[in-house]
Design a protein around this ligand. Structure first.
Ligand SMILES: [Ca+2]
Length: 533
């Protein structure tokens, strides 16, 4: 399983290096699954990276599915799981090598190579899918003119916006003959047809993995080299011509003088996000094994003449772009670091944390509880066993214990219930660790949420009455009264009004009431027993 393999691998690294920075580093940005070939793009103010998935227990490349991750702070990453399975989406492709995706005019277009022999395109409304085969067959294959290079794979889709409008370009290729194995072709606005014949991109020592991007009025074609798998690059003022070799952006990754990529294949993408530039790449720093790669990100910077400064491989990764808000619904599969967990799709939508055993944890970096802090903690859990506890620790897995939330059996691994507990000492900024306790597999987790001490109109469990939240994905409001040991069962009541005063929903505290409402702004009034408040 993913979990055990990665845990043992980390353990062996620790034994060798006695270096906690390996275990506790920000890079790699996903450790619950082996991933590679990250292609980053922006959608709805978040950065997404579509990645190859390296399966456990294989001794070769058997690549079938893509893992998607996303973040809005470059530090805490959400695992969207395997959003693209090539044998499910297409009828004709059998492998899914390094992907590329981009958001354009309301759609996400994902170009995928069928092994090293053809390139197809899929389309979806959102990065998470569901994806449909956009063309129903290969867009580029061996029948396409000038596609005789050894490996017909590694596409990169780039959409340029100029005064003349938008123009999409696809670059691809790899293998022998090195130096003349890459191609570029214009893609039409329908994103499923091309114009002209692929042009050969002459470039020093090209191996595979081309990536095309723009900074100011310069265009950049980067690629791993056949000699040492550095990432080198060319510059031009025109994507179709005039390319000039400029040197190396990323040496085959080493960290603290130690080779962490076996001088094996590399793969890159560069992106601007919220005013900063980043380079995504993969190495083998967790496994030290050829076919078990991991995805990392570090900052990218340009010189005033447009050339790119060499990227420094780090453990820390980029700076966090903003504090993490714990009062929004926090997906359990959103994390900074983790130990021991896995993820799977959830029947409530999205993804859940699975594979939990005693002592495993997930964590969030830079959580801002504000001056007044949190009063309560809620967690959406399912358990076909007898449950366990979720402990909230501050700043380390054994740091200050801020909450202990008991999870009881719910009767099934996809039978969900919201559990709540009070929180103490949770104010200011902290790294937060959710430490999972229990025998066997105690529970699975969908999401969690802290209750703000200043939440307007929402009584807290400590005061007795009402909990309000948004289901994830955000489609409906849920409301339920919370049990309060000080009051008769069912004494808490609430009413929901539109802004012009019409009551549209009501319920009592026990059993809980779940009310689906359209998205909007509402007035909620709660009272708790004869005293009311
Ligand atoms: Ca979830």
């Amino acid at each position: 399983m993913h979990r055990k393999t990665i845990r043992y691998s980390i353990f062996s690294i620790l034994q060798i290096t006695v270096c906690f920075s390996v275990l506790f580093a920000d890079n790699p940005i996903i450790t619950q699954r082996y991933t590679a070939d990250p292609n980053a793009f922006v959608f709805e103010d978040r950065v997404y990276a579509i990645c190859s998935s390296d399966e456990d227990n294989v001794d070769g490349y058997n690549l079938l599915n893509y893992t998607l991750i996303s973040s809005d702070d470059m530090v805490n990453w959400t695992d969207h799981n395997l959003v693209f399975k090539v044998k499910s989406v297409t009828t004709w492709a059998g492998q899914a090598y390094a992907p590329t995706a981009i958001w354009r005019d309301g759609k996400v277009y994902l170009f995928f190579p069928d092994g090293a022999s053809a390139i197809g395109v899929a389309v979806a409304d959102r990065p998470e899918g569901p994806y449909k085969d956009h063309l129903g067959k290969a867009l580029i294959d061996r029948n396409t003119p000038n596609c005789t290079m050894e490996w017909l794979f590694d596409p990169c889709i780039f959409v340029d916006s100029t005064a003349q409008g938008k123009q999409a370009y696809l670059v691809f290729g790899g293998g022998k003959p090195y130096g003349t194995n890459l191609r570029i072709i214009k893609v039409n606005d329908d994103m499923k047809s091309v114009t002209g014949t692929p042009l050969t991109l002459d470039a020093k020592d090209t191996f595979e993995g081309p990536f095309l991007h723009r900074y100011k009025n310069w265009y950049y074609l980067s690629y791993p080299t056949s000699n040492g798998s550095n990432i080198d690059y060319l510059m031009s003022d025109d994507p179709m011509s005039g390319w000039t070799y400029k040197g190396t952006i990323l040496d085959n990754p080493t960290l603290d003088g130690k080779n962490i990529n076996q001088n094996n294949n590399s793969h890159e993408s560069m992106i601007e996000y919220k005013g900063g530039w980043y380079m995504f790449y993969h190495d083998r720093r967790i496994s030290n094994a050829t076919y078990k790669r991991n995805v990392c990100v570090d900052t990218l910077a340009y010189n005033s003449d447009g050339t790119i400064k060499k990227v420094k491989v780090t453990s820390e990764g980029p700076a966090q772009l903003k504090p993490f808000n714990p009062f929004d619904t926090v997906q359990a599969e959103t994390m900074w670091k983790q130990q021991g967990i896995e993820t799977e799709f959830c029947n409530e939508g999205g993804v859940m944390v699975t594979g939990v055993s005693d002592g495993d944890y997930t964590s969030l970096k830079g959580v801002d509880f504000g001056n007044d802090g949190a009063t309560d903690f809620e967690v959406r859990a399912a358990s076909a066993s007898s449950g366990g506890t979720v402990e909230v620790h501050l700043d380390s897995p054994t740091g200050t214990l801020a909450a202990t939330c008991a999870i009881t059996g719910t009767g099934g691994w996809q039978t969900w219930k919201t559990f709540a507990c009070s929180v103490t000492g949770c104010s200011g900024s902290h790294n937060v660790y959710f430490v999972y306790k229990g025998t066997g597999e105690p529970f699975r987790l969908n999401w969690m949420r802290f209750i703000d001490a200043n939440a307007v109109g929402i009584s807290t469990r400590a005061r007795g009455a009402l909990a309000v939240g948004r289901n994830a994905p955000v489609q409906s409001l849920w409301l339920h009264g919370m049990d309060d040991e000080r009051l008769p069962s069912g004494s808490g009541v609430f009413r929901v009004y539109t802004l012009n005063g019409r009551m549209i929903a009501s319920g009592s505290g026990n059993p809980k009431t779940k009310t689906a409402l359209p998205q909007g702004v509402y007035i909620i009034r709660g009272s708790n027993g004869p005293a009311g408040h």
